[in-house]
Design a protein around this ligand. Structure first.
Ligand SMILES: [Zn+2]
Length: 243
């Protein structure tokens, strides 16, 4: 109850400033800190989206508008703020999946499925979103191959992973099986690697046409402050070749 009151106070007390959330389409006085490390100017007071959600929304809505016809969207481990928008879009057939973990509640629109065993026909989807999932998956190559299989030729995926530009090579130690060791090595107890600059090569080797999108190159600092893109993470756009 207290949390709900706090949320409503925050949402309405901060309305009406100069920063803009493209997901809930409202202006606020400021974005809020988010995450364990309290990244400043990140979380929307209204829809609770963070930087990468707003960036993904910007990219995916541009894709949907460009298509101008009904598309099939596969959203992996969906972010609620995004899911609720896609579900309402007349041009989107929305499918959300997640690997259900004990102790968590999942919204009614999410089906239980593992990205290591995607139970969809070949060439089923036009658009795929997978944000902060692959770093939890031991066989990420298999998952990426599965994404390729279920996307239609010309279909596009937007992928986000914890990306360390100071690492030339992705770091993983397959012997690191305990939560303590993983926390020490990767900064989170349930991560299995830290992605480095070779991630894009991995995507290309699987057969994707891959591109790294860095929002800080397309938006001025003023725009990044306004849209809450200050803590921009790179987003990888992958396209399934037509042949
Ligand atoms: Zn919002």
């Amino acid at each position: 109850m207290f949390e709900k009151i706090k949320y409503l106070f925050r949402k309405y007390a901060l309305l009406g400033g100069n920063v803009y959330c493209n997901i809930c389409e409202r202006k606020y006085l400021t974005f809020l800190p988010s995450g364990d490390e309290l990244k400043a100017h990140s979380k929307c007071p209204g829809c609770s989206s963070i930087d990468r959600h707003r960036q993904l929304y910007s990219l995916t809505t541009a894709f949907i508008k460009e298509k101008r016809s009904k598309i099939n969207l596969l959203h992996i481990a969906p972010q609620h703020a995004l899911a609720t928008r896609y579900i309402k879009m007349p041009l989107v057939n929305y499918t959300a999946i997640d690997k259900f973990e004990k102790g968590y509640k999942y919204p009614h629109y999410v089906k239980q499925m593992d990205i290591g065993n995607l139970q969809f026909d070949e060439n089923s989807f036009d658009l795929l979103i997978c944000s902060h999932v692959l770093e939890h998956v031991i066989d990420d190559t298999l998952a990426l191959q599965n994404f390729m299989r279920v996307l239609k030729p010309g279909g596009v995926g937007f992928l986000v992973v914890p990306y360390f530009s100071n690492l030339t090579k992705t770091y993983e130690d397959l012997n690191a099986n305990s939560a303590e060791t993983r926390l020490l090595l990767y900064g989170q107890h349930d991560h299995v690697r830290k992605y480095g600059c070779d991630f894009i090569n991995k995507l290309s080797a699987i057969g994707w046409v891959a591109e790294m999108i860095d929002f800080s190159k397309f938006y001025s600092e003023t725009e990044c402050i306004k849209l809450g893109y200050l803590n921009a993470e790179p987003i990888f756009k992958v396209t399934k070749p037509n042949n």
